[in-house]
Design a protein around this ligand. Structure first.
Ligand code: ADP
Ligand code: ZN
Ligand code: ZN
Length: 802
């Protein structure tokens, strides 16, 4: 057993296989699958993952592994298998799939240190190497003659720890703890024997007779108003001992979180949780779709299911969309499970993320709450995986590996024989269709726990407003209701159903729209810098004073960015205090939370924002929700636009009247008759589902058909068209006659960063060999992709059709 099969860090399809390396003597006792190594590869030395260890190789001249990077595997056997599945499932490279499961820190440059955690002496050689120090560099260890096996043993015993130093930033902190080393009655004996004058020492002993648990040295000395010398005296008498404990950067202040206990469940919740608990208890993998209106107590169901998982000594993963991962949300889990909870959030620094990952890796926590990538948490004994707001498109990763967290969760659920819960007020058609066919088990929560009705929704036809001479973006009804609401000292949430980048510059004389010279997309106007920016490349320029086409000076800003809405809002209702939340105001770390906190403290009357305000917020004083343009999303070139509109309107309506006060919702639209707007206003998911399923069937879209989107890009337009054409021909020949291949067509954004983009779409119901065909076709172009920067991207089950 001295040969390692290694997947090397070379992102090329021609290299996408394992390579055999010989394991040098010194590493033989410690190496294991899931560890990272440095290996020679051609003229270079590169990183790789050991995926298995074998005794024979069919190759004769093997090179040696140069270095082993980890003393304990960073990927479990299960995650190695998952990586293989992921690569195949998403048509990405194995190395890309494996890398996706690890925190960023492990992919960057770092130095390693060995930290001594115990005050007891280590084994002789190691102790000599430390020579009284707490920390030594890993290099020092490597230059010594001490075996890796000895080091690994000390790590497993918890006596030392390998630390990663990223770009000279200290990634870890330690505190000194104090603990009695004798039993209480022996401490009491010592107490009696101590002379009178040793007052401070007596006080300290008395403290530990009452509180035998370890305590932080700094706190202890502060409580007893004494110094290190008192402690030293008792240490020398062998009554107390000190040791170092790692503390994690904790972005959430755990101690201030109010602890909660399980609530008695409502009948509906009880019916929903019962089969879930059964699956947990009997190690049964099932997927449950928990369809519950907003405020129906889905989260309480999650919490109690997790409780049961923890009681069985197992672990839980909870996925929450990035923007719903607010302190409010996190505190619900920390409030119930305290320090057993790790949080994986993209707003954490790389070091903080690494800490959280390590707490999971070292089995110090048993619950992780996080965004998409938390689905890869290296737990080994999973008891449940929960995906809240399962309809959110952010669960699909848009770069390689293009995975959907739902698919990964279900695959891991199968591996661990544990249930997967998908929760939503507006499930995706895909999931709901599976539930109606009993592929998933459906549980429904139809009532809010406080028995408050869902807020009444009024649809306002903006065309009528225009006819009545109102040219503003606020209808008369909305204006009146807002003023009324402010008068009553209640609060308002206003949703602008668009991203910030909808403000473009147009010439009023000739209609010329300023576009990015590198991408075929309008430039966005940024008021604070008075510049035009491209959101796809970093191009920017000053706003022109006259039209480059016709020299007219009638340049105007179009579209309704949040900035502009804010301006007109304060013009319309000068007394209103407005908080704006969009990509621009939340770019800085912590600003998202700050805005929410201010709103929650009633520092503003109106919270104005994009999509990001629609989710998960729970403010008791919000009684009015306004949607400015409900239909703007309906016109996007995306077959899911009706579904997304329905979801968004339902979500945002759920923000009103969540507690004692009743709420109401005003939806402004130019297409009031559209079924997704009508049915959302009635909270009628079932009819929406039926209607939309009819559309999907008619136009051959999911869930009736599966999709593959192939996008080709290159600087030369002719080459792009020809390549796409060729792909269409090749794949058409392979597929059966119920499948369809559409294209080539220009992508919705036909050029980005000077590269032309064409696409084709495959629609199919059953093509068991599709991935093989696609692999073969991509291989045909591998020469050009490598040498000529031809780029072919394959997105299995795409969510963004851009
Ligand atoms: P959802 O996740 O479905 O939107 P939540 O779990 O946030 O709903 O529940 C809404 C509110 O109802 C919360 O304030 C929660 O504490 C409360 N709640 C949930 N379950 C119960 C219950 N069984 N009894 C009383 N209150 C409950
Ligand atoms: Zn012009
Ligand atoms: Zn651009």
């Amino acid at each position: 057993m001295d040969i390692a099969k290694v997947i090397v860090d070379v992102p090329a399809s021609s290299i996408d296989q394992t390579f055999d390396y010989r394991i040098p003597e010194k590493y033989q006792a410690i190496i294991a699958p899931g560890m990272r190594v440095i290996v020679p590869f051609g003229p270079r030395k590169i990183m790789g993952f050991v995926v298995s260890i074998v005794s024979h190789s069919e190759f004769s001249k093997l090179k040696n592994i140069e270095q082993v990077l980890d003393m304990t595997p960073v990927l479990t056997e299960e995650l190695l298998e998952l990586g293989k599945w992921l690569a195949n499932h998403t048509m990405s490279l194995s190395i890309t799939a494996l890398q996706a499961m690890l925190p960023q820190v492990l992919k960057s440059k770092y130095d390693k240190e060995i930290v001594k955690l115990t005050n007891e002496p280590l084994e002789e050689e190691l102790e000599m190497l430390f020579a009284g120090r707490d920390v030594i560099t890993f290099d020092e260890f490597e230059q010594s003659n001490i075996s890796y096996y000895q080091l690994q043993k000390a790590i497993h015993a918890g006596d030392v720890l390998i630390d990663y130093i990223v770009k000279s930033k200290i990634t870890k902190k330690y505190i000194t703890m104090v603990q009695p080393v004798r039993e209480a009655y022996l401490l009491e004996e010592a107490y009696v024997e101590l002379p009178h004058q040793a007052k401070k020492q007596k006080e300290m002993l008395a403290f530990f007779i009452q509180h035998p648990e370890p305590v932080e040295m700094k706190k202890l000395l502060a409580i007893l108003k004494t110094t290190r010398s008192t402690l030293k005296a008792l240490e020398d008498k062998n009554l107390l001992k000190t040791y170092k404990e790692e503390i994690y950067r904790n972005p959430y202040d755990d101690e201030s979180i109010q602890r909660t206990v399980a609530l008695p469940l409502t009948d509906e919740q009880q019916d929903a949780i019962q089969p879930i608990n059964e699956a947990i208890l009997y190690d049964k993998h099932d997927v449950f779709l928990l369809h519950g209106v907003t405020g129906s107590g889905k989260t309480e169901v999650y919490l109690q299911a997790i409780q049961q998982v923890l009681e069985l000594g197992k672990e839980a993963i909870v996925l929450v969309p990035e923007i719903s991962l607010t302190p409010q949300m996190v505190n619900r889990f920390k409030g119930r499970f305290g320090s057993k909870v790790a949080v994986m959030h993209s707003a954490l620094s790389a070091g903080e993320k690494f800490d959280e990952w390590r707490r999971i890796h070292q089995k110090e926590v048993s619950v992780v709450v996080g965004a998409r990538s938390a689905v890869f948490a290296p737990f080994e004994n999973l008891g449940i995986i929960i995906i809240d707001e399962e309809h959110e498109t952010t669960y699909k990763q848009e770069d390689q590996p293009r995975y959907h967290a739902r698919d990964v969760a279900i695959h891991r659920g199968e591996n661990h024989h544990c249930p997967v819960i998908l929760g939503s007020a507006t499930p995706t058609l895909e999931s709901y269709a599976r539930a109606t066919k009993d592929v998933y088990k459906l549980a429904t929560l139809s009532k809010r726990t406080n028995n408050m009705p869902m807020p009444n929704v009024e649809i306002v036809d903006m065309r009528q407003e225009l006819h009545a001479g109102n040219r503003s973006m606020f209808s008369r009804t909305l204006k009146e209701k807002m003023e009324d609401c402010i008068k009553k000292e209640q609060q308002i949430v206003l949703l602008l159903n668009r991203r910030g980048y909808s403000t473009f510059v147009m010439c009023r004389d000739c209609g010329h729209v300023k576009e990015c010279p590198h991408c075929d997309i309008a430039l966005t106007y940024h008021k604070n810098t008075n510049r035009l920016k491209c959101h796809y490349c970093s191009y920017e320029e000053m706003v022109p004073v006259e039209c480059p086409e016709c020299n007219s000076d009638l340049i105007r800003y179009f579209g309704t960015g949040t900035q502009r809405v804010e301006e007109s809002l304060t013009e319309l209702i000068p007394q209103a205090r407005v908080l704006r939340m969009d990509v621009d105001t939340t770019r800085k770390k912590g600003s998202h939370e700050r805005i929410l906190r201010e709103f929650s403290n009633h520092k503003a009357d109106i919270l104005l924002g994009t999509q990001m305000i629609a989710k998960g917020l729970d403010f008791g004083n919000v009684t009015l929700v306004g949607v400015l343009t409900a239909d703007s999303m309906l016109h996007l070139p995306d077959f899911r636009s009706s579904e997304k509109t329905f979801q968004l309107l339902t979500q945002v309506s759920g923000r009103a009247g969540r507690h004692e006060l009743t709420g109401e919702v005003i939806v402004q639209t130019y297409t009031p008759e559209h079924y997704s707007i009508q049915l959302a206003s009635e909270y009628n998911f079932n009819d929406f589902y039926k209607k939309e399923m009819g559309m999907r069937k008619k136009f051959h879209y999911p869930p009736y058909y599966y999709l593959v989107l192939i996008t080709v890009s290159h600087e030369n337009k002719v080459k792009v068209v020809q390549t796409t054409q060729k792909i269409v021909q090749l794949i058409s020949n392979k597929l059966n006659n119920t499948s369809m291949v559409l294209g080539p067509t220009p992508s919705p954004i036909p050029r980005i960063k000077d590269r032309y983009r064409y696409q084709c779409m495959i629609k199919y119901r059953n093509e068991p060999h599709l991935r093989q065909y696609l692999h073969k076709i991509v291989d045909l172009f591998s020469e050009e992709t490598r040498k000529d920067e031809l780029f072919i991207s394959i997105d299995m089950q795409p969510y963004h059709l851009m």
